[in-house]
Design a binder for this molecule. Structure first.
Ligand code: HEC
Ligand code: HEC
Length: 182
């Protein structure tokens, strides 16, 4: 446990100190793509946040803003570093990882926060959120314009169009950046 925390601190320090080119010139942290190597407690894992910070160290402002917006609006379904539903579930407490217990698959996909508070255990369907990075990810979107149009029209899935145009542009910058970590 202590070892894991020290290691995370080290990536952050190295990444902050020696960023050059599109990605930090430090060794790729092993758990970046391998979910089995993550430290996951009963309370859920925050390791993904550290890994995302490593991925964006030294990135342009738009990517950093996009990472913040992603954390606020998207990581809950697509995972802290964009690996999709399985990664997303790791961040939840153990007794909340069966999302469909409350987010029932036959339910509507969109819902206001007000309605969420009223319904508690009978909420919008979260679907099957795909990975946004890794082999074949985002292959359907040849251009940034196409990715932006899709994201703005459909995401976050339960409340599409919630961000302003700049927010969606930042998210596209972030998604393109994480698509090719070193
Ligand atoms: C409630 C869960 C949820 C949230 C929150 C969410 N998504 Fe999604 N996302 C999905 C699902 C499920 C899909 C698959 C298509 C569908 O069912 O609409 C998807 C598809 C996508 C795709 C298309 C991926 C592909 O390769 O086809 C992109 C891009 C995307 N989401 C980006 C985002 C961004 C950016 C945010 C935050 C603004 C976000 N999503 C928030 C569930 C979610
Ligand atoms: C015990 C019931 C329950 C389970 C299990 C559950 N949720 Fe939720 N979820 C809620 C409630 C209640 C809200 C609305 C209030 C809030 O935000 O806490 C909510 C809100 C959300 C939201 C919208 C607000 C936000 O925080 O982004 C998303 C997205 C979401 N849940 C995804 C998930 C995913 C993914 C899982 C599985 C890993 C999951 N939930 C498991 C009850 C649950």
């Amino acid at each position: 446990m202590v070892v894991a925390l020290v290691t995370v601190g080290l990536w952050t320090a190295l990444a902050a100190g020696s960023a050059s080119g599109p990605h930090p010139a430090t060794e790729r942290p092993a758990p970046l793509d391998d979910l089995d190597l993550r430290t996951v407690t009963d309370m859920g894992s925050r390791e993904g946040d550290e890994l995302r910070d490593w991925m964006i160290a030294g990135a342009p402002e738009a990517v950093l803003r996009g990472a913040f917006a992603y954390d606020q609006n998207c990581s809950v379904c697509h995972g802290d570093t964009g690996l999709g539903y399985e990664e997303a579930r790791l961040a939840f407490p153990a007794d909340h990882r069966s999302c469909t217990r409350c987010h029932r698959p036959d339910n509507v996909r969109e819902m206001s926060f007000e309605t969420m508070m009223e319904r508690q255990h009978d909420l919008f369907d979260v679907g099957d959120p795909p990975a946004l990075r890794g082999p074949g990810a985002l292959a359907a979107f040849a251009t940034d314009e196409a990715l932006l149009a899709y994201t703005k029209a459909t995401m976050p899935r339960y409340q599409p169009g919630r961000l302003d145009d700049e927010g969606y542009a930042d998210l596209v910058a972030f998604m393109r950046w994480i698509a090719s970590p070193p």
